[in-house]
Structure formats: C-alpha cells, structure tokens
Design a protein around this ligand. Structure first.
Ligand SMILES: Cc1cc2nc3c(=O)[nH]c(=O)nc-3n(C[C@H](O)[C@H](O)[C@H](O)COP(=O)(O)OP(=O)(O)OC[C@H]3O[C@@H](n4cnc5c(N)ncnc54)[C@H](O)[C@@H]3O)c2cc1C
Length: 581
C-alpha cells in the first residue's frame, strides 16, 4: 500500500528498506516482493502534492499537470565554459525521473554494456548478459494511432512481455517524410537505421518512447507499482519521506567492521527524525544525487574531506561523488514556412485545450507523445578528432553525437513564428564533473559541478555536431520549408570559425538530464569505485546502491532504459543472495 506517513504503517519490520521510489527503486520493490517471504518498505522523498498515478501526462504536454522537481538540486551547477547556471532536473515524485522525463527509450550501444562488463570484470553486465533484463523490462505495444509499423523497428530485438510499455510515435508529424528524405539525399553519415535499440545505434531511426497504446506515460510507478503489484501484502511505500543517513552497527563480516541496516529520515525537514531497520539489506535508489548525498551524510566517502567538514568518516571511499557524467545539449532552431508545427500547442491555450479534448475523447492526437520529434539520430565524430584527443566512446559502433529533429521549438517557443529544431548532444563525453557536500546539515543542497566541456574532446565534438546540424538543414528537401536560421544561429555557417561556434555553444548549452556515475561500480578489489559489480557498497555489509549513480561510464544514449537494467539485475542479484537459503 501507499502511505503518507510512517506512523500509519501497521508493522515496522521489513527485510528490505529501499530509499527512493524512482525508476530503479520501484523495479527492485516489485521484483523482491514477487517472493512472498520478502517484505519491502520503500521510502520516497516526493509525492506529497502529486504522485505518478496522477502524472501520466507527457512532460511537454499542456494537459494541466506539471511535473514536480526537487529544485534544491537545481541551483548549484556551474558551466565550465562560463558562469551560467544550468538546472539539473530530477524527478521528485513516486516514479522518480521516469515520471517526469521525455520518455525517450534508448538502450545505448552493445559496446556500452561490454565496457561495463570489462571494467567490472562481470560478464553479467555485458550486452549479451543484459538482454534478459531488457526483456523483463520492456513491453512493446502498438502506437496510439495504430499505424502500420513494419519497417519502423526490428521486432526481433524487442520484448512484448515485460512490464514497462514502449511504443513508436503515435502522432504523425508533417515533417516525418522530409526527415528521411533529407537523409537519403545527403548519404554518408546520414543513413537509415531500422532500429537504434539493436545495440548498433548509428544512423537515423524512428524514435521509441515509454508510452502506452492509450497514449499514457509508462513510468516505473504506473508500471512496476501498478495496482496488482502495489496491493501485495509484503510491499509498503511511504511518500514524503526524506532520508538523511544510513546508520552503522557492528559487523564481523565486512572489512570496515560496519553494517548499515538502519535508515534515518524525516517527514518535515524541521520535524523529528525517525529510524527504521532492515533485517536483511538497505538499498539506496535515490538517484545520481540522492544516493551519493546520503552516503556522504553517513560518513561514507572521502575521509579527509568528511573530517574537514565535521562529519565522522566511517568508510574511506574517495570515489563517492566523483565521475559525474552528463550529456550536454545545444538547441538549433529555424523558422519554417508552415503552421503545422507543435509550437502553438505550447503557447496557445485554445489550441492546447482542443488537443486535450481530442486526447480525452479519442486517446489520440498531438498529446500522445512527449515531444515534437518522431526520429532520433546518432553519429560518430571524424576520426581526426579521436586520433587527436583519444576516443571516449565505448567502441566503434558507439556514437559520440546525437541529433533530435523536432517539428517545432523544443519547449516553450517564442510568442510568434513556427520552427524546425535540431537538438544536438555529445553522448560519449570525455569530461567528468563531481558532486560533494559542504554542510553537516543532511538536507542542505549538495554542490554539483557537471564539468561540461572540461575535456577538449567534448567542445570539439559539439562544434562538429553543429556543423552536422547545419549540413542536415541544408539538404534540398528542406528548400522552401526552412526559411531561415533563428536568433544567434543566423550568424553561423558550417564554415564559421571555431570561436563563433564556441560562443553559440557557451550561450546555449544545457543538460539533457542524464547525470550518472557518482557511485560508480568497479571490479571487486579495485582501489577505486564505490560499489562492487553486485552493487554492494565496498567494505561494508547490508548496503547496496541500485540506480543510475552506479554507471561506471555514461551510456551513449538517454539513461532510463539502462537505469531499468540496473534495477532488474540489481533485484536479481539481491534475490539470488537470499533465495539460495
Ligand atoms: C526532465 C528529465 C528528462 C529526461 N528525459 C529522459 C528521456 O527522455 N529518456 C531517458 O532515457 N532518460 C531521460 N531522463 C533520464 C532518466 O529519466 C534518468 O536517468 C533515470 O530515470 C534515473 O533513474 P534513477 O532510478 O537513477 O533515479 P530517479 O528515477 O530519479 O529516482 C530517484 C528517486 O529517489 C528519490 N530520492 C532522492 N533523494 C531521496 C532521499 N534523500 N530520500 C528519499 N528519496 C529520495 C527521488 O525523489 C526519486 O523518486 C530524463 C530525466 C529528467 C529529469
């Protein structure tokens, strides 16, 4: 059941306590409670004013419900290029970021997972090894408009029997055919790829999203905590529960002599602190910032830094908070000769009300998908760049760059004009950021530095992405449709100097919202990293981390599908440990 207050729980004895009912946390909750002998408590910080059962609208829709973000985390980051603050949004609601994201379903490349396996020494994280977990997660469904999808994906690489709905675009955009015509005209790196989720993502494909045939968001809350699961007698979720720390007890098994099975939390930041103990394990699934924050608050991190701050260092794991990796994205926009774009939906309430009425009546229309684009493209940079700077990608089939065509401005458009947009991102960055804390108050916001472009490869790659976008927009098919580049883009051509491109990049970079890696996995016995390949925190007992913070490298694609993989395999590893008897 879902409770609003810990005091209301009939029993306070649980085998497992999961911190964070987000993307990966709810997978673990679901899978562990398949075993009726295991009892599970989920403590979720968000969900007081909205929960995922209400937020089933696409993020960029205008159907009235706004996603909630933990704005505590949005104020800190500093761009390495200049001083702009870049919001780092995370979901702060049951379902976590899967309840607020743009629903892109991208697994990444086979190389990404093979690199996970190589650095952790665990074949279970390889592309071959994770097929099982991708299949347990995915439930491929027909798109909302029930159009013929043959040739738009490769059914042999998909699962139709999992829990989390995935579908192709359910609303045709009038630029759909032009997007692929331009690809055919240009050739070379512009080529069609039937299915970017096959492990080989390079090229232009139809976009897949975590959306149902009914046009509803499939989040980890609507799927893994659907009524048939949340009604299990051995599963309780308490909302509005902010965890501050995990508290140690003596252990003879662990190298530090410590076990962490007690969780401290509050309902009100100024209110009393409660504790609950897991008889088997505590699982941190608070996400890339939440989990690292709780570890640091608990004295698990860089001992020198923690001592300096006045927090008793208990376990010296200097990698906590390091290795933060995200995808920087830049938007490019063109004015177009059409009124059939998504712009009016995002700025004109009469239009959005009509679309909402259509959705409510038919389950169809422009509101079934989360964004104005129905395609996605991945590229590698020129070899001259990898020769000069080294290759930060996971392998030769892995992209460095992503491009997202949109039939309209991405987000809230200017008051007038109709647009075509290309979002371009560096998806195999070499740069690393970090997060840390500077207060003994466990609820003070952490300090986050995404470190964008701190490596020269990344800025060179982003320049190349801009030149690719400009070339793509100049394909013959766009003649008469694209009228002119918009805003500062008007001063730029593919032949522009690097300085000119850099200025545009500096002024328009933002986060694609994929931060990962602050609690990275490494091989057993490695002298870096925070968790072992079985996701146990190194050197202690009773504590695992299961969420996107454990990625040792960022995947070369949006991060929710890989976060689901972490959840599915994490749950299986935990179950196997206790079901062996
Ligand atoms: C705006 C946005 C758009 C995105 N778009 C896409 C996309 O289109 N496609 C894609 O693949 N990926 C996308 N992502 C990224 C993807 O959704 C995330 O990488 C993934 O969902 C992370 O899963 P997680 O389990 O690690 O963390 P989350 O799903 O964020 O879960 C963490 C949970 O822990 C809770 N929590 C945090 N701290 C505490 C605490 N102290 N105590 C208790 N609970 C706590 C949070 O409230 C949250 O519910 C997007 C993310 C955002 C924010």
């Amino acid at each position: 059941k879902v409770y609003n207050n810990f005091r209301d729980l009939p029993s306070k004895h649980y085998d497992f306590v999961i911190v964070g009912g987000g993307t990966a946390g709810n997978v673990v909750a679901n899978r562990l409670t398949e075993n009726p002998n295991f009892s599970v408590l989920v403590l979720e910080a968000g969900g007081t004013n909205a929960n995922a059962f209400e937020i089933e609208v696409p993020y960029f829709s205008t159907r009235g419900v706004q996603p909630q973000f933990d704005w505590n985390y949005s104020t800190i980051p500093q761009n390495a290029l200049n001083d702009r603050l870049i919001p780092m949004q995370r979901g702060f609601v049951l379902g976590g970021s899967s309840s607020v994201n743009r629903m892109f379903y991208t697994r990444g490349s086979a190389d990404d997972y093979d690199r996970f396996a190589a650095v952790t020494g665990d074949e279970g994280w390889s592309w071959k090894g994770v097929q099982k977990y991708l299949a347990m997660n995915e439930k491929f469904e027909r798109p909302a408009d029930r159009h013929n999808i043959s040739g738009q994906f490769n059914p042999s690489v998909h699962s139709f029997t999992g829990i989390n709905a995935v579908s192709l675009p359910g609303f045709a955009q009038n630029i759909d055919s032009m997007v692929f015509d331009a690809v055919a005209e240009l050739g070379g790196i512009f080529h069609f790829n039937e299915d970017y989720n096959s492990g080989k993502p390079l090229g232009f494909s139809w976009l897949q999203r975590t959306v149902t045939t009914q046009g509803h968001r499939s989040s980890s809350a609507t799927s893994y905590l659907a009524p048939e699961f949340i009604e299990r007698k051995n599963l309780d979720v308490v909302l509005n529960t902010r965890v501050s720390r995990v508290i140690p007890s003596r252990s003879n098994q662990s190298s530090s002599g410590l076990a962490f099975r007690t969780v401290e939390f509050v309902h009100d930041l100024d209110g009393p602190r409660f504790t609950v103990e897991a008889s088997k394990e505590v699982i941190l699934s608070g996400g890339v910032f939440g989990s690292a924050h709780i570890l640091l608050n608990s004295g698990i991190g860089n001992s020198t830094m923690l001592s300096r701050l006045g927090i008793s260092p208990l376990v010296n794991l200097p990698s906590v908070g390091q290795n933060l990796t995200d995808h920087p994205i830049v938007e490019t926009d063109w004015l177009v000769n059409s009124t059939q774009t998504m712009d009016d939906i995002n700025r004109n309430t009469t239009v959005s009300d009509e679309d909402e009425a259509e959705f409510n009546k038919t389950g169809m229309g422009p509101l079934v998908d989360s964004s104005a684009g129905n395609q996605i493209a991945f590229f590698r940079v020129d070899e001259s760049l990898t020769e000069r700077y080294g290759d930060p990608s996971a392998g030769r089939d892995s992209p460095h760059l992503e491009m997202i065509p949109g039939n309209g401005w991405s987000g809230i458009p200017p008051a007038t004009g109709n647009f075509f947009s290309l979002g371009i991102a560096v998806v195999s960055p070499a740069s690393r950021g970090s997060m840390t804390i500077n207060s003994t108050d466990p609820f003070a916001p952490p300090l986050i530095n995404p470190g964008y472009f701190s490596s020269p490869f990344d800025i060179a790659a982003m320049r190349q992405a801009m030149r690719i976008a400009l070339k793509y927009a100049s394909a013959p098919t766009w003649k008469g449709y694209i009228l002119s580049p918009f805003g500062a883009l008007a001063n730029i051509t593919a032949a522009s100097d690097d300085d000119v491109l850099d200025e545009y990049i500096q002024n328009s970079t933002f986060s694609l919202a994929h931060p990962v890696g602050t609690v990275a996995m490494s091989a057993k016995g490695a002298d870096y990293g925070v968790v072992d390949p079985d996701l146990r925190v190194k050197g202690v007992e009773g504590l695992r981390v299961v969420d996107a913070s454990v990625f040792p490298f960022i995947t070369s694609a949006h991060t929710q599908a890989p976060a689901y993989v972490i959840g599915e395999r994490g749950a299986e590893l935990i179950k196997a440990n206790y079901e062996r008897g």
